[in-house]
Design a protein around this ligand. Structure first.
Ligand code: FMN
Length: 417
């Protein structure tokens, strides 16, 4: 594959109203720039200047908005700045305009850094770009025709993403970044570091475990009536205060406590599954961003060797990018630790809950023994005990499955570092 050849963007490309055609942006290139807190350019690599068709002297001290393409909806930049102002990174598809009116699409990754922000961009080529282009065209139309505010437009963007099965912008940008990088690596003949599958799997595994937990909680709610009925029955059969009555009371208390503990697992300050999903998305995004920052360092080092830019300034940028990549890897490590910790605790909770199901089993067995001692046989009492039997079997199987899912989450988390 000729990596130097510019890869054309998807056929669904929405043409710029101010278009003089697409500016050549090669797949193996990285556009890097750094700004002050308002977005004023403080540094840009030679790729930044070449593709934008500006001289460095024209970009130095200029606002990044000189690159603004009129096809970009205001809502996207509202979201972009809203995240940056909160100290959060943002990943976004952006259509830019060159000095002579040509356009080029980038996937931009912008992070807060000392004294402002840094942006690393590469050429997007997945099908998502085509979907985003259509979405942006609709947003733009509403901003013009219906005078929709940038904030409302950003909201509409989030709603459209949710309709596509991506419930947050974090989920969207992590997925898009991962897919774009994986596709780019494949096109460039590189071994991919994007490892999308492991991360996507963590989210799926957490969803599965959460749904099993919900099922068990409902099971505990539904079973509550059984020991109560057992008590009523035993009062009739053996008179008040008989052994079955007190066993049933015991069972009721134990089952209630277990049901509450189970529900609590996912309803702490932040539920265990929300914590796992959020850490996996943040961690994955950080790992990929670190890979790109390191690629920007390599590109800048080459520019430095070619004597294209001021050496001292390039050195400063290389240091800044290297520190940035290191802190991203530390962040990813911390997120992985959260996943390991939470999934580890989940495994422990399953183990202890399974022991408590054994405890319930013993109580239920005592009930069966006592009911056998009764002079008058009662089918409804045995019916209750049989239902408890099945319930215990179901709960134990569910807990074993949740533990298995938690173990896989644990393993996958370590794999994507
Ligand atoms: C580090 C950094 C890089 C940016 N890169 C771009 C860019 O490549 N293209 C662009 O249109 N806006 C970029 N922006 C956003 C612009 O500052 C600006 O918000 C945007 O062009 C929209 O213009 P407006 O805010 O005046 O509506 C960047 C901002 C920052 C902080």
């Amino acid at each position: 594959m000729n990596i130097k050849a510019s890869v054309t963007t998807p056929a669904t490309q929405v043409q710029s109203s101010a278009s003089g055609g697409e500016a050549p942006f090669r797949l193996n290139e990285i556009i890097y720039s750094r700004s002050d807190p308002r977005g004023v350019v403080l540094f840009g690599n030679p790729t930044f200047t070449r593709i934008s068709e500006y001289e460095w002297s024209e970009l130095d001290g200029a606002p990044h908005r000189v690159l603004r393409n009129p096809d970009m909806p205001k809502g996207v930049f509202w979201l972009f700045w809203n995240r940056l102002k909160q100290g959060l990174p943002v990943g976004a598809y952006v259509k830019n305009k060159t000095k002579t009116g040509r356009f080029y699409w980038v996937f931009a990754l912008v992070h807060p850094c000392d004294g402002g922000f840094m942006s690393v961009r590469f050429k997007p080529t997945t099908e998502t770009l085509g979907q985003v282009q259509q979405l942006y065209a609709q947003l733009l139309q509403h901003e013009g025709k219906d005078a929709r505010s940038p904030e409302d437009s950003a909201q509409a963007l989030l709603e459209a993403l949710a309709d596509m099965g991506l419930p947050s912008y974090d989920r969207f940008m992590a997925r898009a970044l991962s897919d774009e990088m994986q596709t780019r690596d494949a096109q460039l003949g590189r071994i991919s570091t994007a490892r999308r599958d492991e991360i996507a799997q963590i989210v799926t595994l957490a969803n599965e475990a959460e749904s099993l937990l919900g099922k068990m909680s409902t099971g505990f709610q539904n079973i509550r009536a059984e020991p109560v009925n057992m008590r009523i029955l035993s009062n009739r059969l053996e008179g008040g205060g008989g052994p079955i009555s007190s066993i049933a009371q015991n069972y009721e208390a134990m089952a209630k406590e277990m049901g509450d503990d189970l529900a609590q697992l996912d309803h702490g300050e932040i539920g265990v599954f929300d914590a796992i999903r959020s850490a996996s998305v943040t961690g994955h995004f950080a790992v990929l961003a670190a890979d790109l920052a390191e690629e920007a360092v390599r590109e800048l080092s080459q520019a430095l060797n070619s004597g294209d830019r001021d050496r001292k300034q390039c050195d400063t940028e290389i240091r800044a990018l290297t520190t940035h990549a290191e802190s991203l890897r530390e962040l990813a490590d911390a997120e992985i630790r959260i996943i390991s910790d939470r999934s580890g605790k989940l495994i422990d909770s399953c183990r202890s809950l399974r022991r408590r199901v054994n405890g319930l089993d013993v109580v239920k067995l005592m009930c069966r023994v006592e009911s056998g001692r009764l002079e008058s046989f009662d089918a409804s009492l045995l019916g209750i005990i049989d239902r408890l039997d099945r319930f215990h079997g179901d709960i134990d199987a569910c807990l074993a499955e949740v533990a298995r899912l938690a173990q896989r989450i644990h393993r996958n988390a370590r794999n994507f570092l």
